[in-house]
Design a binder for this molecule. Sequence first.
Ligand SMILES: Cc1cc2nc3c(=O)[nH]c(=O)nc-3n(C[C@H](O)[C@H](O)[C@H](O)COP(=O)(O)OP(=O)(O)OC[C@H]3O[C@@H](n4cnc5c(N)ncnc54)[C@H](O)[C@@H]3O)c2cc1C
Length: 394
Amino acid sequence: MYDLIIIGGGPSGSAAGRLAGNTGLKTLLIEKEIFPRYKPCGGAFSEQAMSYIDFDIPQYIYERNIFGARVHFRGNFIEKRKDYRIATLVTRSVLDNYLLNKAKETGIEIKTGEKATSFRENYEYVELFTDKGAYKARFVILAEGAQGNLKNGIRKKDGKNEYAICIVTEVEEENRKIDQYICDAIDIFFGIANRGYGWIFPHEKYFSVGVGGLASDFTNPRKAMIDFLNLHGFTGKYKLKGHLMPAGGIERRIVSSRVVLSGDAAGFVDSFYGEGIAYAIRSGQIAVEVISRILKNGVGSLSNYESVCRSEFGENLKYSLILSRMMHSFPRIFFKVFTSCEEVLDKYLEVPASKQTYKSYIKWLLPRVPKFFLFQILKKVVSSKALYSNRRYP
Ligand SMILES: Cc1cc2nc3c(=O)[nH]c(=O)nc-3n(C[C@H](O)[C@H](O)[C@H](O)COP(=O)(O)OP(=O)(O)OC[C@H]3O[C@@H](n4cnc5c(N)ncnc54)[C@H](O)[C@@H]3O)c2cc1C
């Protein structure tokens, strides 16, 4: 009987595993892939994400320091940098492998190349079944990411307006040419897909290029990606990888009596910018904090996990969704302002840098929208509840 079984060795599972090991919980982590494994991602690892981990990341993992962004919309574009770092760009196979090793060094048991297939909750424990065996634990954290199915034993499947479809590839290039294109900022293109964007992120000897948009409106992502690549002169043969990304800020059930969802499985991704690594790490840690308090002191229940997540970052995710819906409902107003007014982008950069919340950014932004448009936006909010449903949580 384990205290805890964690499914998934991504940032969320690894962060949970490391804390569980350090806390002395008898823990098993099960990962279906052999690491290092490929993970489709832009690879922006934010300062906020870094702030959650209790060890230094070696310099070789940081490919580029990012200070700002260039954003485009229908021919307009603007570029802005901060005098502090906002994120670094990493290759996910390398970062995730390092994080998993940091979990392993705490002494937890890790089985890779083994896939969890189902679980059954009993009054006192959970039975977990894999393609190689069966295990028992007092608690389970499902950190299986956006594409796993086990989470549907806890919550209903996301509707098509509750997740994005992304296509990503890596375009090899000399560093010299990458520096000429964009050196220490990310390049973002709005107007490619509803509730999403296209991106070109500069890495070490490659660009991460991708497009993502809300599943309900993104009818032909592959074509959008090929058009996007061609538009930017990327005409080689590339392996295109698809992946889902949950929209954060939507109410989802994230616990049962003995099972917790963390990271993407819980839907914890910024709906506007697509950042998920920070929330994956932190939610994995919160899950372990709550579980170890129950196991060691017999206090609390897993519903504490919901309330801590809500108070630490739930509101930020909710307002990322509001900003996303606002911007994409009135693209010609907001994206035009976003890509032509330096101050608007400059202020926004404080959000991914964790120096400002989405709520305070929206409060700052709205009075700067011309009164006529503001009236139209408010009308739409009041009449259709278009911006945020009255449902309860992330
Ligand atoms: C195209 C794209 C670009 C993105 N860009 C960024 C970015 O630049 N910055 C950022 O912060 N976020 C980004 N994100 C979001 C980020 O990738 C996720 O939020 C983050 O990876 C979530 O971590 P996780 O540990 O919850 O899940 P994952 O990283 O997906 O890890 C889940 C792990 O569980 C394993 N697993 C799944 N099912 C099972 C099973 N049944 N049994 C055993 N193991 C299983 C998987 O193999 C995987 O290793 C991006 C997402 C996409 C799709």
